[in-house]
Design a protein around this ligand. Structure first.
Ligand SMILES: [Zn+2]
Ligand SMILES: [Zn+2]
Length: 277
């Protein structure tokens, strides 16, 4: 399994890679540009080339772009849809230029609109984005915490997107904290087994490209998006051990998005390494 964490790229690629390397990462996730703005940051080819070369030297094999939090592919507001599509295709292009394998995105929220209509809107947006994708990049849809009318809270719905688009470069990221918040228990080997059985039936385990490994203090099915330190929440070490040692997931990329600063990152990476050793 390739393991890493979300790292700030704002201080430049050298600082980002040094930080990830010092924590023993074999994967890394970054934002390209401001994650809370629709403004497009022009692609800095020299910086991306530097970043790729530094990752290679540091043996950080997998790199993920997490798209802007503002992306909402399900909106009925044409301006939001347009801004979201721009951000998504921009990140797909940056990934190709910067030799980054995965672009991970939230799908968005249906808001007040009819879910079926919203679902069709998302499909049209994904279809257009996938027309621009280059061969070495995968577009990965992240499961949501299921709050309100967020899209992608269930394995059923994620599977429905995959079937509707039927594109080999479209995959899924399972965020463990979001899965827990939308009602999927992951705290024991039996629960992990049930989850993976259902995921295989509804998505296909091959289509799960990535995991966001976050613990959570939210009650099961609590439909809120809060990440917590590995082993100190409701999923717990037993849950992460059961999940991360499954042979079917051995070739996936796993990214921590746990809170806190350097000491917390080191402790969370250590907790994962201890499980995998
Ligand atoms: Zn996310
Ligand atoms: Zn989250």
């Amino acid at each position: 399994m390739k393991i890493g964490l979300h790292v700030r790229l704002g201080e430049g690629p050298t600082a980002a890679v040094q930080y990830a390397q010092s924590l023993g990462c074999s994967a890394i996730q970054v934002f390209i540009g401001n994650p809370r703005s629709y403004k497009i940051t022009p692609i800095d080819e020299a910086m991306l080339a530097d970043f790729a070369a530094l990752r290679k030297t540091a043996k950080i094999d997998q790199c993920v772009i997490h798209t802007s939090y503002l992306i909402n592919l399900a909106s009925d507001d044409p301006r939001i849809r347009h801004g979201s599509a721009n951000l998504l295709t921009h990140d797909l292009r940056a990934a190709a230029v910067g030799k980054m394998r995965y672009v991970n995105t939230h799908i968005g929220s249906y808001g007040e609109r009819d879910r079926q209509e919203g679902f069709a809107t998302v499909c049209r947006a994904l279809e257009r984005a996938l027309e621009t994708i280059e061969t070495d990049v995968d577009l990965v849809l992240e499961n949501s915490a299921g709050a309100g009318n967020l899209a992608g809270g269930t394995l059923d719905e994620l599977g429905a997107f995959l079937r509707a688009l039927d594109h080999p470069q479209l995959g899924i990221c399972i965020d463990t904290a979001h899965a827990w918040a939308s009602g999927y228990a992951l705290d024991t080997p039996e629960h992990v087994d049930e989850f993976l059985c259902e995921a295989d039936a509804k998505i296909g385990l091959a289509r799960i490209k990535m995991l966001h490994i976050n613990d959570t203090q939210i009650p099961l099915g609590g439909a809120r998006d809060r990440h917590w330190h590995i082993g100190r929440g409701n999923i717990g070490l037993a849950g992460f051990r059961a999940l991360l040692t499954r042979p079917e997931l051995a070739r996936k990329t796993a990214i921590l998005e746990t809170p806190g600063e350097r000491d917390d990152d080191a402790a969370n990476m250590e907790a994962i390494r201890a499980i995998l050793e």
